[in-house]
Design a protein around this ligand. Sequence first.
Ligand code: BLA
Length: 508
Amino acid sequence: MNRPTVDLTNCDREPIHLLGAIQPIGFLLSLTLDWIIARASANIAEFIKVDDGDLVGRPLSEIFLPETIHSLRNRLATLRGANAVDKVFDTPLTPRGQPFDIAIHISSGQIVIEAQPSAARHGDATSMVRSMISRLDVMGEASAFYTEGARQVRALTGFDRVMVYRFAEDGSGEVVAETCKPGIGSFKGLHYPASDIPVQARELYKRNLLRVISDVDAVPVAILPQRDEKGQLLDLSYSILRSVSPIHIEYLKNMGVRASMSISIIVDGELWGLFACHHYSAKSPSFEIRSVCELFSQMYSLRLESRERKEVMDYERRARDISDQLLGAVATNEMLLNDPEWLAGVLTDVIPAEGVGVWINGNYAFWGITPSTEQFARIVRALNTAAATRVFATDEIASLVPEAKDYTESAAGMLAIPISRSPRDYVILFRRELVRSVRWAGDPHKPVEYGPNGPRLTPRESFAEWQQLVQGHSKPFSAPEKRVAETLRATLIEVVLRLAGEASAQRD
Ligand code: BLA
């Protein structure tokens, strides 16, 4: 089996967990389940004294101290599940050898041991995380909560830049918070296309919460033999030292970044985002710091999850209040058409939009930035033929009305609420094209040079790529927004019925 050639068009297919190499900051051994060495990274002699000759096929007990093997066996016995990794700190591996930090896990039916020379310990991980977390609990606004998370990670790790990178539903992302050393420019507010962190990487990051790239200039070290007798490569999904995709290395190089680390933020079982860290010289956080980061991120994710639940509840409560306001206002507003500004104010309070159009019995009224009357009429006709009896939302009106691609500066997306039983009357919320509402922040680092994969792998180019991808699209209407719109539809139908009732009573 040959490895597929990876280029910028098929990044999703690069098997990043099967690259067969580690970073040179430590070494790796894989063992059969009876502790016979099956594979070793080619750099092992740089770390421990081994006799000449091949290690493969020899019992680990010929090399490691018996007490070290004993504590590793204990760790293995208490590992929770196949996907767990345990660590032992500050332990010598060989007689009179230096102490190592060691990680142990099971993969592809083998025991995987990774070791890195010990670093100075910081203290008790749990109490460190507790004090980091306590500072988060006083953060009110979401943006303050994100920034404080980034600050805590930076204080712990000392990376030059720490960002909170948040994924959108389509896999693209935005830097929503950032803290960095002065004078290195800002990425805050920038958006990037989904392909910058391809699908298989996002999947892996849901399972394995942290990865470090210590030095983009370091030469990866092969794990030998690459394949076992069944022809299998060692699955490095849970490896601590895994060497990473050369395409991503080039991306970092073009950014001028020398070392990077990212930690997954998981909300409701999905990859919500990452703490993304950059350093402008080589950097290799210790196993202990990595563990604290992972634990912090898990606690942070739980806090975020409950904040987001509360936000949805608050949002739905506000939507109910708005429904009540609409119903209550009928007595004073004879016709919705007479005061579109009031109606828009009420609606956009819960579903942000730049413009609102109301269409009742062939009469219409507008507020904000909307298509023209003729364009609006054609949208309504298209909606009628689409038999919209429920709320209809799209981030690309042109998918329904092709001419809409010519007026994305006034409306690129819409949410249409049918407000009469026959689908003829509507309240429509309009959103402008997304790229127009996004800020191009700061002046990101100039790329140092372009590598073999060309200029696409730079932050500025990926912002341009993202701009192209979202051209003609608005910010999509979210699932909670669509749910709220359904509630408002029921209310508006009732309002319209009442208005019709009042009108006919006045005529009688
Ligand atoms: C991985 N891409 C990543 C990672 C990040 C980014 C954070 C995780 C690895 C890490 O911690 O460094 C992207 N980094 C960003 C973004 C910002 C940032 C958006 O700082 C914004 C400020 N990358 C590309 C293209 C491809 C690609 C075009 O730009 C593929 C053709 C691939 N990115 C790619 C791959 C990985 C990756 C394969 C996985 C690396 C690995 O874990 O092995």
